[in-house]
Ligand binder design. Structure first.
Ligand code: HOZ
Length: 429
């Protein structure tokens, strides 16, 4: 057994001063029935805890670290920026450079506003959509998660799915009423809602690849149909690309789909591991934001020079030839190996993969929507997680989160991961 004494000890203190001892619920490891690891340092594909254990990391800070931990060029860019001051509260060149890179990479984005998190980006995009359309309702999908804004905590994914909490206390009923919920990959459920309330709907917000109920891919035609119906009713389409932005290609998942949303929320990768979000879209919509227009949204640390430097350095590295194809090859090596191991153990568990994202669902049901996700054996996943952790492999501490592969994951990491999974399945089955 690995010693985790130091993590356990500090968790006791953490719980005295921080709600639940963590600053974001999934990190508490509640869904896998153990105390969290406290991380001391990270490098490449590995994280190291306070007790000196090392783990191959498939969480990668929940998405930003597509280049792996502490990439030397990203760290250098942050250090150089820090020498010049950590926050200006005034415009700087980095903001313009990162905005230009985003607009050039994602054709639907004419203008972009930097914020500090994905949550801030989605909340602000919804406010803007409401202002632009003069309507109040929004439509989201069961199991999709768009951060913790009041409007989104209705049938949300991520930590809320883990905890089985369909809603959160503190969300006023009047706000919750403005959020309509359809089923992902089920255009009929969308059509029905539009038929009843289409003229009240300001926007449909959707993760083009759903990444907060495990990984659920859009079925062919689903997002195109969504684009058509939003246009038909004069509602905006907001793509939440906080996870998918720059994850599958140099741009958004929308570049691959060939769909043009009205607004896009970004985060994670564009901040290179520092706290950044952004929302952008059509010029005439974005021009409504203050000070150009009168839709108010502001932030002391928005466009922070360190975060901009990390984002710019990261995006430059993502432009390398074959970056995305080689990342996908690494990931497929892992998922193909996993499929063989599962078959050898007589298990028919489902693996969903797209590019460098994947999820191992502990269910025999093909996973294309929220209902299928709920059929997973979460207890067995927790057992699997705990056993794998003992072998030095760090999977997400919840069945309903994703595995992220980075360019720092080497063939030997993949081989070790597969070998350890094989042993763990022997142990638990
Ligand atoms: N909302 C993130 C998972 N989808 C968790 C973020 C964190 O705990 O750092």
């Amino acid at each position: 057994m690995l010693s985790m004494d130091k993590s356990k000890e500090i968790f006791i203190t953490a719980k005295e001063y921080i709600p639940g001892g963590v600053n974001s619920p999934v990190r508490a490891f509640k869904a896998v029935g153990m105390d969290p690891l406290f991380i001391k340092k990270t490098k490449g594909s590995k994280i190291y805890d306070l007790d000196g254990n090392s783990f191959i990391d498939y969480v990668c800070s929940w998405g930003p670290l597509i280049l792996g931990h502490a990439h030397p060029q990203v760290v250098q860019a942050i250090c150089q920026a820090a020498e010049l001051g950590t926050s200006y509260g005034a415009p700087c060149e980095g903001e313009v450079e990162l905005a230009r890179m985003i607009c050039e990479a994602i054709p639907s984005i004419d203008k972009v506003r930097m914020v500090n998190s994905g949550t801030e980006a989605t909340m602000s995009a919804v406010r803007l959509a409401r202002a632009y359309t003069g309507r109040n309702a929004i439509l989201k999908f069961a199991g999709c998660y768009h951060g913790h804004g009041d409007s989104f905590l209705i049938k949300a994914g991520s930590g809320l799915l883990t905890a089985g909490v369909p809603n959160s206390p503190g969300v006023p009923a009047a706000i919750a009423e403005q959020t309509l919920v359809a089923n992902y990959n089920d255009i009929d459920s969308v059509t029905k809602i539009f038929a009843q309330a289409g003229s009240d709907i300001a926007a449909v917000i959707v993760e083009p690849v759903a990444g907060n109920m495990g990984l659920v891919l859009p079925e062919p035609g689903f997002l195109q149909a969504l684009r058509e119906i939003t246009e038909q009713y004069g509602a905006l389409m907001i793509f939440d690309e906080v996870i998918s932005g720059f994850r599958f290609c140099y741009g958004g998942y929308q570049n691959i789909l060939g769909i043009t949303p009205d607004l896009t929320a970004l985060g994670k990768i564009i901040g290179g591991g520092l706290p950044v979000g952004a929302y952008g879209g059509k010029r005439e919509i974005m021009s409504m934001i203050a000070p150009e227009g009168d839709v108010y949204q502001a932030g002391t640390l928005s466009g922070n020079p360190l975060a901009m430097a990390a984002g710019i350095a990261s995006l430059k590295l993502l432009q390398a030839k074959n970056f995305y194809s080689s990342l996908e090859i690494t990931t497929s090596r892992l998922t193909n190996g996993l499929k063989t191991i599962l078959a050898d153990h007589g298990l028919n568990y489902q693996i969903n993969q797209s590019g460098s994202l994947f999820c191992l669902f502990f269910t025999n049901v093909q996973v294309a929507d929220y209902v299928a996700v709920l059929s997973c054996d979460t207890e067995k996943y927790a057992e699997f997680f705990r056993a794998l952790l003992q072998k030095g492999i760090y999977f997400p501490p919840s069945q309903f989160e994703l595995c992220f592969v980075s360019s720092a994951h080497l063939p030997q990491d993949i081989e070790k991961t597969l070998a350890e999974i094989d042993k763990v399945l022997d142990e638990i089955y």
